[in-house]
Design a protein around this ligand. Sequence first.
Ligand code: INI
Length: 156
Amino acid sequence: MTEPTTVSGGLDASGLRIAIVAARFNEVVVDQLLSGAVDALVRHGADAADLTVVRVPGAWELPIALDRLAGGGAVDALVALGCVVRGATPHFDYVAGEAATGCGAVARSHGIPVGFGVLTTDTWEQAVERAGGKLGNKGAEAAVTAVEMARVLKEL
Ligand code: INI
């Protein structure tokens, strides 16, 4: 029987130009996501000289910076990092919703993968657990995912 054609991406980050956009809001947590992302990229072969870090005020501002970077044609992949913690008002839903929808829109409109490393949690403790705590580092996961998707898209 004929085998299906399978396309998959490796995790080799060497030669990839990657920009990380990181929010300053909830900086203690986001800085841990950022460290995890940079460390993961370098461990997967990225050259630190090919990495750019852009800081923006909050998760709401991630998409516009990602959009500018994607449109500049100088990146193979993007990583969005932020931390939105639920408060007593619906503000959480607007900020988290815009971050998620906007990151997806940038990826699709430019055809450039955006690793989504934006924590959306009910509590501060849940965020810390996911930023280098007992549940891993979602910044690192988002960065490696962006590498894999950059490799997949190069094959398609
Ligand atoms: N930005 C975040 O990144 N995380 C949050 O938890 C948050 N909360 O809770 O308000 C937040 N708000 C700021 C927002 O991202 C914008 O910077 C602000 O609304 C100005 O546009």
